[in-house]
Design a protein around this ligand. Sequence first.
Ligand code: FAD
Ligand code: SF4
Length: 338
Amino acid sequence: MRPFAYQRATDPSSAVQALAAAAPANDPLTVAAIQPLAGGTTLVDLMKLDVMRPSTLVDINPLAGMWSAIDAGGGNLRLGALARMSDVAANPDVQRNYPVVADSLKLAASPQLRNMATLGGNVLQRTRCTYFRDVSFSNCNKRIPGSGCAALDGANRSHAVLGTSEQCIATYPGDFAQALIALDAAVEITGKSGVRSLPFDQLHKQPGNSPQIETILAPGELISAFRIPGQWPRSVYLKARDRQSYEFALASAAVALDVQDGIVRDARVALGGVATVPWRAREAEALLKGRKFDENLASRAAEAAFAGGKPRRHNAFKIALGQRVVARALHQAAAMEV
Ligand code: FAD
Ligand code: SF4
């Protein structure tokens, strides 16, 4: 690992000042010369692999007193960005009224990682594309802009079928972000000019021609919280993966339903493991709303979710798998007793 300087933030404003001082990095591998450090389970990993090369880490854990609360009062949910994955997954209010959130966290990584990892770091984790994580490969537009994409004609079994470009087909790997996007969450961002809030579905950027730019965060900006409006007790996170534990999704679905007298009043569907960003399947939602829920409707919605899917040589199976995951998640949500 390369040498780096370590600073401890004392309050949000000093953290933001320290981070914003970062000059634009000349080395594309650096991404940003000064990086916030939360649980470190992504960042330190990528530093050890030499994929990320920050010169300074600003440890934001001292802000946990302000930024780790779990507040389910008033019929809404607010989660501090420094809350640990395991604490949120185990919270009784979250389990009761937002099972899709609790399960998305519980099914991620390992107990040890969930004890360490924060929500803010989780949504900003980077792709598991092998060509990105192994610096011995020289063709990776995300790591070295303009160098090409080894995955297009390479081993692309784990790659995305939705939201891809000819520059990058890397999958967004996280689970929790799908729950956030399905439930219309907002993200609170603290920067030099204060706190701003925006819909969570605007945080991540599809690769387009600039796969190295993954979010809309400006230098120095920190995620301080997530807010979910309303309650969704009838919600499910389902994850298909190569092994039952400690594995990233091949395909996953975050589903929330409001069903009255057998009719779907509201439906939310988000997909993981199959897209370059946390993916909201609005075509599927439109098909479900206002209709009587049955097996046929669930299958049609699942098909609609992947209508724009673009498979590559090794990952065509993700479309059929993803459709089954969506259909099964819809069934499970519809059958829940709430
Ligand atoms: P860090 O590593 O500290 O930070 C990650 C990035 O976010 C860094 O660039 C950092 O600068 C930035 N950052 C952190 N906090 C903030 C903030 N508040 N504002 C702005 N920037 C910030 N995840 C899943 O979802 N599902 C899985 O199945 C899964 N499996 C895993 C298996 C393994 C073996 C490993 C190592 C990880 C796995 N993960 C999985 C990823 C893991 O959940 C993430 O590494 C973790 O959530 C990141 O959180 P962190 O607090 O450690 O972030
Ligand atoms: Fe790099 Fe993206 Fe191609 Fe993977 S898919 S090699 S991350 S450009």
